[in-house]
Ligand binder design. Structure first.
Ligand SMILES: [Cu+2]
Length: 127
């Protein structure tokens, strides 16, 4: 019973430590536009451990035309280990997310809604 408690606490701690979304003050702002032509810019280079405020603006409706459809709009999804998702960014809308860039190396961001049809894919290099 006591062992289970310890495992539970370790698990909880790992979840907290691996959380890359943050409420800390941003060190820099990165503005990104997303459309059927992809992300602009689609290559982003940041320094490790900086807090980045990503501001993502959708400039078209994405794969679906109907604003009430499930896959209307675009996403900004940074793949694991970041695993940060901003969904349903509607045409003309700007959404924000703050991420602490704790994992070095090459990471990919994409729009799972429409990446099979449009070049909505980009690279983040954390130095
Ligand atoms: Cu999309």
């Amino acid at each position: 019973m006591r062992f289970l408690k310890i495992f539970y606490l370790i698990g909880l701690l790992l979840i907290i430590l691996s959380c890359t979304k943050t409420e800390e003050k941003p060190d820099l702002v990165v503005d990104i536009k997303v459309s059927k032509n992809g992300y602009e810019p689609n290559v982003i280079t940041v320094e490790r451990n900086k807090v980045v405020l990503f501001r993502i603006t959708a400039v078209d409706e994405g794969i679906e035309q109907e604003p009430n459809s499930k896959y209307y709009g675009h996403c900004f999804y940074i793949l694991p280990p970041y695993d940060v998702m901003v969904e349903n960014i509607k045409n003309g809308e700007t959404r924000e997310v703050k991420v602490k860039m704790i994992y070095p190396g090459h990471h990919i961001f994409t729009c799972p809604y429409c990446v099979d049809f449009f070049p909505t894919k980009g690279d983040i290099y954390v130095k």
